[in-house]
Design a protein around this ligand. Structure first.
Ligand code: LLP
Length: 440
């Protein structure tokens, strides 16, 4: 059950004003709701920068042989964010023409981009090469042939990494576990396909093999998962050196560091995690008698999640005596499908006041025409909560705006950035004209 106590101020950018009102990045949420309307996605710019710096500084301090940090832009992708990521010196991981184009519009240097996806179409491949995307992360042999052919036709040599499946169980929810042998992603070491694809990559004329990549899953709290993964991957690097005479320049161990959505989850320490990975990798490499390749990290969620908060306005409050209470808000699964998809926990708080003695347990639900449109169940709200009050959903910076839909022809909320005293629109609200723009 989610309770509304100071314990629920789960990130350092949350506080209460003198009147008990919830503040985010020191901003008054009622004023922002009045200015921009709800539902409203808010981002705390300084929190994004703080997380970028935690990764970049740890990469510099703990990996003397070099490390890179590539922001996984599937977590949140819009122009202003790419500008911030660029200013902070990170690279990016992109997975579609849409993400590449958005980064391009933000003047992001695409030579610092990794192009992922388990199924890149010929059109995607041509587009990414023509835009100068630095590296492709290649999922399988079929894709390898396609990229080689297209790069050859375009008179280019394309740098690539191979996505390898290390056979690691990341202990997270099924939808985001990707490191096991039966995954739809990558080529498995266990089946011999990883070796096959390495030999193939080395034989193709229009490709330059830079190294190997893996990503075992998301919302990971246990640093041991990274230690186990990096060990398996370094052994594979060594194996390829012995068998094929190929030494990888880069080893990308993916993203996945977890974030705190509710008070009883921990806040993983990014710097400490990278330090322990660095120490373990140095040791493994020494024992294997190889030089440590440049190590890459691809964090998405842990860069942006707790920089985000979504504001909603309460509409209908429905009590079904003896059964259930519902508090409906003006958003829902269209702007946050994560409870519907994964049963993800969230902290939801009334904005104007704390929950006092008079409280009720309710489901906070959205406005879409289906029963699965739930933001969270078992939430504690003031007994007399009513139409017009504001509710904040915390930790919504990752996989919210990027996963939002127009289901029921709802427009997506705007993205408003908070920077010091300033607030500004990064993505405007989708209106009815936007929703019908493509209809003929
Ligand atoms: N690298 C690769 C290859 C990935 O597939 C992912 C996430 C990341 C990096 C970044 O992982 P992160 O640091 O954000 O955990 N929609 C789901 C998450 C899907 C993650 C997909 N891949 C959710 O809302 O929980």
């Amino acid at each position: 059950m989610i309770t509304n106590t100071e314990r629920d101020l789960i990130c350092s950018n949350l506080s209460r004003g003198e009147n008990g009102e919830l503040l985010f990045a020191s901003h008054n949420l009622s004023s922002l709701a009045e200015k921009y309307g709800t539902p409203l996605y808010l981002y705390d710019e300084s929190k994004i920068r703080e997380k970028c710096r935690a990764y970049m500084n740890a990469a510099k301090d703990f990996f003397p042989s070099g490390a890179r940090v590539m922001y996984a832009s599937k977590a949140a992708s819009f122009k202003r964010l790419y500008e911030i990521i660029n200013e902070e010196g990170l690279g990016i991981d992109v997975v579609s023409v849409g993400e590449i184009y958005t980064a391009h519009l933000a003047a992001f240097p695409l030579e610092r981009a990794y192009f992922h996806s388990n199924n890149k179409t010929d059109t995607d491949i041509k587009y990414a090469i023509s835009m100068g995307v630095g590296y492709f992360v290649v999922d399988n042999a079929e894709e390898l042939y396609a990229i080689d052919r297209i790069a050859g036709e375009m008179g280019k040599k394309q740098k690539i990494l191979l996505r390898i499946t290390p056979g690691i169980d990341p202990h997270t929810y099924a939808a985001v576990a990707t490191g096991k042998v039966d995954s739809k992603f990558g080529s498995a070491i266990e089946t011999g396909q990883a070796e096959e694809i390495t030999a193939l990559a080395l034989s193709l004329p229009s490709l330059i093999l830079y190294g190997f990549h893996c990503h075992v899953g998301s919302q990971i709290f246990d640093a041991d998962v990274y230690l186990a993964t990096s060990k398996v991957m370094l052994e594979f690097v060594k194996d390829m050196q012995l068998k094929l005479g190929y030494m990888a320049y880069e080893l990308d161990i993916g993203g996945g560091i977890g974030v705190r959505y509710v008070a009883d989850q921990p806040t993983p320490d990014i710097r400490a995690t990278l330090r322990s990975v660095a120490e373990a990798m140095e040791k493994n490499a020494r024992e294997l008698g190889i030089a440590l390749p440049t190590v890459c990290f691809e964090p998405g969620r842990s860069i942006v999640a707790d920089a985000g908060l979504t504001l909603y306005t309460v509409g209908t409050v429905k009590r079904i005596p003896g059964y259930k209470n519902y508090v409906s808000v003006d958003g829902g699964m269209a702007d946050n499908p994560r409870y519907a998809l994964y049963g993800s926990p969230y902290t939801l708080l009334p904005v104007a006041r704390r929950v006092g003695e008079d409280k009720m347990v309710c489901s906070v639900v959205g406005r879409c025409c289906e029963s699965g449109d739930i933001l969270q169940e078992g939430v504690t709200m003031p007994e007399d909560i009513r139409r017009g009050e504001l509710i904040a959903c915390l930790t919504t910076g990752a996989y919210h705006y990027s996963m939002a839909s127009n289901y029921n022809r709802l427009g997506r909320p705007p993205v408003v950035m908070l920077d010091g005293d300033r607030d500004y629109v990064a993505v405007r609200r989708e209106g009815i004209e936007d929703l019908t723009r493509l209809d003929i």
